[in-house]
Design a protein around this ligand. Structure first.
Ligand SMILES: Nc1ncnc2c1ncn2[C@@H]1O[C@H](COP(=O)(O)OP(=O)(O)OP(=O)(O)O)[C@@H](O)[C@H]1O
Length: 357
């Protein structure tokens, strides 16, 4: 395995890029820790595959360098980077048995038969493929074939990293949960550096220790699932992660107070010199309805989602969501919202601003 360093990487598909807008991947400087499980998360077209392909060597970046354990591989082709890849669609040899498919990358490297057998057995056990090891891949379900692809990606111990590009796309919804959990266990057991591309926050948050959130070609935050939830660095992170996402409310900030459409709230921290459009961000989990304090809201509807309810409301023209417990009374007198001031973030031009205590 290797530490992967991206040094001022940027990529434009068009020749002679002029401004920022021409870059599908905006400048990025980052060290991927050896042995870590990462997810690259973002909406379609945000640049995830471009970044993954730069790491694998399918794309040479327009700017910057890429290093594996300090060695420059910017011009090294994929084959020389010693990387395993798992794609959206299964890549298996139909005429071979499941066992031979899994063994293929190891035999290719000339590993002794006993080691091949042991490793194939371990991977098959983790993926629940043990019962079908002697069957030919032809005729297996798409789910089983993709499991083989995942297994082939993970069977080698000496790879620098394993890259996954939306590997669960073809998997049946009820199997996805199981496979996500298996992948996580495989990471724990084998300790490979894994980079997993997805547009699905649940996949990213269950799989990865560290999530790299991308938006419009830019990495906007790299953090643990908890950091992304508690301190989104950008409004996109707040909105994209969470269900429902973070509330964003236009605000005018004066010191440690925010003037919102329906009134003024305390912030717990002081802010100065904000420029550009300013919003406060507060997650629905840190908002509650009240009959006495807080800002007036109009309740539009209440959605029961099992463990709790989501109250959709209007705060001076801005739609907001508030979480309410299953047993919390939602009578007609509950017409105000209170935000937990320690959990309110301030965003200027989309970026989180740190206030002074
Ligand atoms: N070969 C290419 N030539 C020109 N533009 C491209 C090429 N590949 C991707 N792009 C553009 O670069 C941007 C980033 O694309 P990329 O495929 O990296 O995004 P993504 O986040 O992986 O999206 P998806 O989830 O849809 O695959 C998009 O605007 C896309 O249209």
């Amino acid at each position: 395995m290797a530490r992967i360093t991206l040094e001022n990487i940027a990529h434009a598909y068009r020749p002679n890029p002029q401004g920022e807008a021409d870059y599908a991947l905006k400048e990025l400087d980052y060290d991927w820790t050896d042995g870590e499980a990462y997810a690259l998360l973002g909406a379609s077209g945000c640049g995830k595959t471009t970044l993954l392909n730069i790491i694998s060597g399918l794309i040479r970046p327009s700017r910057g360098r890429i290093l594996f354990d300090g060695q420059d591989v910017t011009d090294a082709p994929t084959a020389e980077r010693n990387i395993a890849q798992v794609f959206q669609f299964p890549v298996v040899y139909d005429t071979l048995t499941v066992r031979d498919n899994l063994a293929f990358p190891l035999r290719n490297r000339g590993l002794p038969a006993a080691q091949v057998a042991a490793r194939v057995q371990a991977v098959a056990r983790m993926l629940g493929l043990e019962d079908m090891l002697s069957r030919r891949a032809r005729g297996l379900t798409a789910d089983a074939k993709q499991k083989i692809s995942l297994g082939r990606g993970m069977v080698r111990q000496d790879v620098n990293a394993i890259l996954f590009d939306e590997p669960l796309t073809v998997i049946d919804p009820h199997m996805k949960w199981e496979l996500r959990t298996q992948l996580k266990s495989l990471h724990r057991e084998f300790g490979h550096t894994m980079i997993y591309v997805t547009h699905d926050q649940t996949e990213a948050l269950t799989f990865a220790n560290r999530v790299v959130v991308m938006h419009e070609g830019r990495v906007v935050q790299i953090g643990t699932p908890q950091e992304l939830f508690e301190r989104p660095a950008h409004t996109f992170v707040g909105y994209f992660i969470g269900s429902p996402g973070m509330n964003l409310i236009p605000a005018r900030i004066e010191g440690d107070r925010a003037h919102l459409p329906g009134g003024t709230i305390p912030l717990g921290r002081g802010y100065a010199g904000l420029s550009g459009p300013v919003e406060i961000g507060v997650r629905p989990e840190f908002a509650r309805l009240s009959d006495a304090e807080g800002l007036p809201v109009t309740i539009r509807r209440v959605e029961d989602v099992g463990r709790h309810r989501i109250v959709r409301a209007d705060l001076g023209g801005t739609p907001i969501s508030i979480l309410a417990d299953e047993d919390e009374p939602l009578g007609p007198d509950r017409t105000r919202v209170v935000f937990d001031s320690d959990r309110v973030g301030v965003y200027a031009d989309g970026w989180r601003v740190e206030g002074r205590p």
